[in-house]
Structure formats: C-alpha cells, structure tokens
Design a protein around this ligand. Structure first.
Ligand SMILES: Nc1ncnc2c1ncn2[C@@H]1O[C@H](COP(=O)(O)OP(=O)(O)OP(=O)(O)O)[C@@H](O)[C@H]1O
Length: 430
C-alpha cells in the first residue's frame, strides 16, 4: 500500500484496499472519511460515506492518531478490516448526471503538488475520453478513462480548478502578441486561414463535453477533413479516395480570382469570381480557408462543402490546422483524420520514387531535408492539435493507408463516435 501526504493542513491518505481517503480534524483530532473512490470496495459495499467519522480500525481507537498511523493499523490487518464508524447524519444528496468529456490538455497527478493524494490521481492525455463519475467536490472530480478496464475511478482536477491552473501558467509566460497565423503549417507563401475566435488557448475549457453520436442513415454525411504536414500525402490520399468511387466521394469546388482557362467552366473546376467578391466572402467568414498563390486568391467555402453534403455525397477536404474550429461545427460535424509521417527510415524507403512540389520546384525527388522538415512540422501540429483528431493514419505504405482511410471514413459515417455535445444540443456558441 502506498501513502502520500501532500498537504499537511488537510492530509488525505488513500486506503487502497478500501478505496477511500481519510483526513484528520486538526482541532478535535477526529478522523473522517474524506472521499470514497467511485467503484472501489467502500463504494461498492455502500457501507462508508464521505463525512463518516472513524472511531476504531480493527478494534484500535484512532482518535488523535495521525492519518499515517491509521493507515499503518489498517495495513497490519489480514483478511477482514473492521471499521467502527459514526455515520454522517446528513449525507449530501448526489444528483449525479453522466458526463463525458474529451481532455483538451495533458495531466499528470505525479507532477501536481496540489493534488490531495497523488496515488488516487489519474493521468490523462489530450484527446482521451473521460467519464466523469463524481463531481461532488468542486475542485477534484472522479473519472475513468474510456475504454475503461478498471472498476475504480481516479481523481482529476475539475474544469474550474484546471482553468485556474492554466490561467496562472498563462500569466507566467512572457508576453506574446496573438499568433494564430504564425502557427499555420501551410506551404503556400501567404496562406491565411480564418482565425477562429475560439482559437485554442490557455483560456479555453480544458474539457470538451462529448456525447456518443451515430449519424442517422437519412442525415447528411459528416465532412471528412484530412490534415497533415506538407508533403506527407494528404492530397494523394484524398485523390485516391475520390477515384475509388466518384459517385460517393467528392471535394468541394474551390473559389478563385484567376481567369478561367479555355476548357474551364465556372462551378466545375472553380467558381471564378472577382477579387472584390472574394474579399467580400472573406469579410463575411465564408471560407474554411483561403490563400494567395502567384497573385491570385484561392479558397474553399463553407457553402461549397455543404453543397456536396446536401447532394448526398461524402465531402472530403484537406485543411490547415487553423481551419479546425471552422469545420468542427454543428453544421459540418467534421471527422478529422490526421495523416502522420512514418519514421525517417520508412520515409526514405517509401518515397524513393515519389516527387514533391515546393514553393520553388514542381515535382523534384524528395531529399532528406524534406523528410526532416516534415517530421518537425508533424511534431508542431501534434503538440498543438492532437486533441482534435478523430483518427490518425501513419502514411507508410500508400496502399495500406488508402485502405485504412476508406475504413475510417465509412466508420465515421456508420458507427457511433464521440462528438462535441454542442453539435447535438446546439448552443449560441456553436
Ligand atoms: N505513402 C506514400 N508512399 C510513397 N509516396 C507517397 C506516399 N504518400 C504520398 N506520396 C507521394 O508524396 C508526394 C507528396 O504527396 P502529396 O502531394 O499528397 O502531399 P501533401 O500532403 O498534399 O502536401 P502539400 O500539402 O504540400 O500539397 C506525392 O508525389 C505523392 O504521390
């Protein structure tokens, strides 16, 4: 059994066999149950409750003891542990509702000096789905990580506590002007994605409430958004998917300010519009993303994506990370697939006969610097946006990646998925 005391003013000890923590009233010396861990022995037996006063453990009176001594008494017992308790007279009414959240940040109890009992804590990573089983305490919730293999819950900071920690951390950082556009990984020399007003920052909620959602067969499909570092193969995968069945998969028709070429028709290859119209669309936030290339503007509009979906097709687009907030909406319900490069060694092997298009060259063989840049860009994307990915494909062997993409896309349409609760119960913000 492990025992940790982090805060002497309110020492909480974990009775690991019992699944409860205890604390001592510093004035009277009385020992109380501080918290019953959800799914633990005490919880399942229904015999101990937060606030119960412990009089004896296995016949030893515990009044006046330090919590560590109580734990030692308990540790000496083999088999049955006997508690004599005075039950709390007014048990708090627990009006628990099921709450599921996606973690938007990483957390490690071992690195949190404020946690009442690190051994009772639960670590999580950005993107993990957590089932919050107890919110009785305003600061420390109890949760399980899904899919859960243990019956016992662990302590995690509540939304308010984590926000407070993030604010404190944020204020300690050196001042930086808002740098949304600088985080754009786009290869285009001047790519601007719609800066989402809710661009993820330290001041956003650390947990996103999620619900299990399954698309009704008659509903429009979910938008499929592919994202990855430049050169990883996002376009190649999208193209191959569309080729598999053009009647099902389709990309939106983009807008451009460049003049049409002889064979091109507005609404087929592009919507050809004047710069004034284009800028007006930018002003009204109608683009998921847009950029300038060789003096002409190009952009993908929300309406174009919606049109593909409304025609009963599966709309597949590739996006820059800053467009994430614009596609993760009630209307588009994007399923975000991150295309990740394989290891450097595998990139060298698999891209031997492939060509890259950069800002300066069209179709030149890959060099080692390209692979290193790709890995570096991947690291940045992952450290900022991992929590938003519904699926990750490591683009190693192209054929395998295509099969994985097709499987993931069909699952996104036909099987239950965790999605933000605001998509299903729209709020004024969504
Ligand atoms: N798994 C793979 N194995 C071998 N070659 C690949 C693989 N995936 C992509 N490629 C090749 O790598 C090159 C770059 O791919 P692609 O143009 O799709 O990159 P991208 O991610 O869309 O980059 P950008 O955003 O810069 O256009 C292409 O020649 C493509 O055929």
């Amino acid at each position: 059994m492990s025992v940790t005391v982090q805060d002497n003013s309110q020492a909480l000890l974990l009775l690991t066999q019992v699944g409860a923590t205890i604390k001592r009233n510093e004035i009277t010396g009385e020992i109380f149950i501080a918290r019953v861990i959800h799914g633990g022995l005490a919880d399942r037996s229904g015999l101990l409750h937060a606030g119960d006063r412990i009089i004896e453990v296995n016949g030893f009176p515990v009044d006046g003891m330090e919590p560590e001594q109580v734990i030692q008494v308990q540790a000496r017992s083999h088999g049955t542990i006997m508690f004599k308790v005075i039950p709390i007279t007014e048990r708090p009414v627990h009006n628990q509702t099921m709450l599921y959240v996606r973690a938007m940040t990483d957390y490690s109890p071992q690195q949190d000096p404020a946690i009442p009992c690190a051994d009772a804590g639960m670590s999580f990573r950005r993107g993990d789905i957590l089932e919050i089983v107890d919110q009785t305490d305003a600061l420390w919730w109890q949760a399980k990580k899904l899919p859960s293999s243990t019956a016992c819950a662990g302590l995690i900071p509540s939304t308010n506590l984590l926000k407070r920690k993030q604010r404190e951390f944020w204020w300690l950082q050196p001042y930086q002007p808002h740098t949304c556009i600088q985080t754009c990984e786009c290869a285009q020399p001047s790519c601007h994605t719609r800066c989402p007003s809710s661009c993820y920052s330290a001041l956003n909620s650390p947990y996103e409430e999620v619900v299990r959602y399954q698309r009704h067969p008659e509903d429009v499909h979910r938008l499929i958004a592919l994202l990855g570092p430049s050169g990883v193969g996002v376009n190649e995968l999208r193209r191959r998917l569309a080729e598999m069945n053009p009647n099902i998969f389709q990309g939106p028709v983009p807008y451009t300010t460049r003049a049409p070429r002889g064979y091109e028709e507005s609404g087929r290859e592009y919507f050809f519009v004047s710069r004034e119209v284009f800028e007006n669309m930018v002003y009204h936030n109608r683009f998921l993303e847009y950029g300038e290339h060789k003096g002409n503007m190009y952009g993908t509009s929300i309406e174009s994506a919606k049109e593909v979906l409304n025609n009963g097709k599966i709309c597949v687009i590739d996006i820059e990370p800053n467009a994430l907030q614009a596609v993760r909406t009630h209307e588009l319900r994007a399923f975000v697939i991150y295309v990740k490069p394989p290891t450097l060694e595998r990139l060298r092997v698999t891209r031997q006969d492939s060509y890259i298009t950069t800002n300066y060259y069209v179709n030149r063989p890959f060099k080692d610097e390209d692979f290193q840049e790709m890995e570096e860009a991947a690291r940045k994307i992952e450290s900022n946006y991992w929590q938003f990915f519904d699926h990750v494909i490591i683009n190693d062997e192209l054929q395998d990646s295509c099969v994985e993409l097709l499987t993931a896309v069909m699952k996104a349409q036909d099987e239950p998925q965790w999605v933000p609760a605001s998509w299903i119960r729209p709020t004024s913000e969504s």
